[in-house]
Design a binder for this molecule. Structure first.
Ligand SMILES: *Cc1c(COP(=O)(O)O)cnc(C)c1O
Length: 398
């Protein structure tokens, strides 16, 4: 725990926001910062949870513990709607209280005696959980990197996909696509390269598909779209958080294929099942009923509508920064827009934008050393707030 350097990002942003409010009382702050959903949960989904909750107050409707691995019907629905034609069956889907929690359980499964690679920049939970479980060496302040972790640089110069031939072999590769914060969705060809490399090296890919529902350009939504991934190399984690505004309800899942085994032939699935039964005890029944409603035909339509709002917001933000003469990435397969300010420091850009527009962004350096010089903004907001934010940003240029 003492080695943890990251994790100061969002508390630091919160503190600066407080100081800003003190300096400018009454200023209307718009947050394009922390990636939390804002739009209400569609009624069809909330109603399903509400009805189920009420039934719990009756003798007939009451239920206690469920299966640790999750509601059978939900596991089946996820296998059928999210992994159609990919050969995933319900017994390979473990329902959880969220993808972030599953990242930690996977770390618990893997232990400390191994090496990991991460995209740079990416979601901080992979590195932080690696440090907590003890996989790393010391933090080097001059590079912003931990010893023992391979940082795979993903920037505009390599189309946000690492040069895998120059990355040393690791036991585990965390890979997020569409990536947070860059918004980049890896192409079929790129993921093919990733699977081939992992297969050759005997590495496991832990694929984070939390934003799969935002993909609209034909890029893969799951690692299992890539031939060979299921048979050899990949665990996939995903979530209802950004899919259906379940950030506060808490519901996600992990796919561990039966074929995935250690070098001695023992199935990983068996061990993950053991971890789930020991260290988790199943997701909330109420949340799982909500998950089922999300995957109904009407539920899918309703959640896609909400995602459409966030993506339209992201495009509006991207257009605004582009019109300011900046290089802008993401925003098409993702709620995130990744804006480049070459030669400047992320925190300086954050401060200037906050000072002049009362808008909260996220400094890119918080996602890894290669995020320096970038800021992340997101479309998780009402259309009106995004339009107001864009108006202020355009005035920034004068
Ligand atoms: C938001 C997010 C998650 C979701 O985590 P939950 O615990 O399911 O809310 C997972 N991965 C990434 C990259 C995210 O941005």
């Amino acid at each position: 725990m003492e080695k943890l350097q990251n994790g100061y990002l969002f508390p630091e942003i919160g503190m600066r926001q407080l100081m800003h409010v003190e300096k400018y009382p009454g200023a209307k702050i718009i947050s394009l910062g922390i990636g939390d959903t804002t739009e209400p949960i569609p009624n069809i989904i909330a109603s399903a949870m509400s009805q189920y909750s009420h039934a719990l107050s009756t003798r007939e409707g009451y239920q206690g513990y469920g299966a640790e691995q999750g509601n059978q019907e939900l596991r089946k629905a996820i296998a059928e709607t999210m992994y159609r034609d990919m050969g995933i069956n319900d017994t390979e889907v473990f329902i959880s209280d969220g993808a972030q929690c599953d990242i930690s359980r996977i770390q618990l499964l893997l232990g400390s005696n191994l090496t990991v690679a991460v995209q740079d920049p990416t979601f901080p939970a992979y590195v932080d959980s690696s440090i907590i479980i003890g996989q790393t060496g010391e933090y080097a302040r001059n590079t912003g990197k931990y010893g023992g972790i391979e940082y795979m640089r993903c920037g505009p110069e390599n189309s946000f996909f690492p040069d895998l031939s120059s990355v040393p072999r690791t036991d585990v590769i965390f890979f997020c696509s569409p990536n947070n914060p860059t918004g980049h969705a890896a192409s079929r060809e790129q993921l093919g390269e990733l699977v081939a490399t992992a297969t050759r090296n005997g590495s496991v890919i832990v694929f984070d598909a939390a934003y799969s529902a935002y993909v609209s350009d034909g890029s893969p939504k799951s690692i299992y779209e890539i031939p060979g991934a299921k048979e050899v190399v990949a665990i996939e984690i995903s979530s209802f958080s950004k899919l259906a505004g379940f950030t506060g309800i808490r519901l996600g899942w992990t796919v561990v294929p039966h074929e995935l085994s250690y070098s001695n032939g023992f199935p990983v699935h068996k061990d993950f099942d053991r971890i789930i039964c020991t260290c988790f005890n199943g997701a909330s029944r109420i949340a799982q009923i909500g998950g089922l409603a999300c995957l109904s035909q009407q539920g899918q339509k309703a959640t896609q509508q909400v995602i459409g709002v966030y993506k339209e917001n992201a495009r509006t933000l991207a257009r605004t920064f582009t019109s300011m003469g900046l290089e802008v990435y993401g925003g098409t397969n993702s709620p995130y827009v990744w804006v480049h300010f070459p030669g400047r420091r992320s925190w300086d850009v954050f401060s200037e934008i906050l000072e002049k527009t009362h808008i909260i962004t996220v400094p890119g350096c918080g996602f890894g050393p290669s995020g320096e010089g970038f800021i992340r903004v997101n479309g998780f907001n009402s259309k009106e707030c995004i339009q107001e934010a864009c108006h202020r940003l355009r005035n920034l240029l004068g």
